[in-house]
Ligand binder design. Sequence first.
Ligand code: FEO
Length: 170
Amino acid sequence: MLSDKIQKALNEQVRIEAESSQVYLAMAGWAEMKGLEGVAKFMYKQSDEERLHMLKLIKFMHERDAAVEITELKAPNNRFESFKEMFKKLYEHELFVSESINKLVGLALDEKDYSTHNFLQWYVAEQLEEEAQAKTILDKINMIGDDKGGLYLFDRDIQQLSVTTQAAPQ
Ligand code: FEO
């Protein structure tokens, strides 16, 4: 059985992952509106992955007979000044998620809950990957600047990235 503190923190993470899925869904919509097909595809994929992150947490909680709470979600940002701003927001959002996972890991240790601690290691690795990916994309965007040809190629390349990125296991 999970402690009340751990249950509360895991439920909070369920909400954060669900909100992350909404954040990227809104980004996908904006990219679609701007005709950036590759970026939109990438964002839809990210949104799906976040939902899988949420489901993985929910499954773990049910396996431990924890009380899962599905709550209302904060509305995401639907408009961006530029696609550079959007990817900056994506990177910042991933840093925020990593911080939240790190706090959870710390709490699991404090509570001497080693099975939750072990379960969370998957999220630690996933966040490392997501942060690195977001940083790489942001660096590319900074290189492109306002170059329209560069943006065209970027949109094509990122489509490839969304095809090769592995889906999160369930
Ligand atoms: Fe599930 Fe990208 O954090």
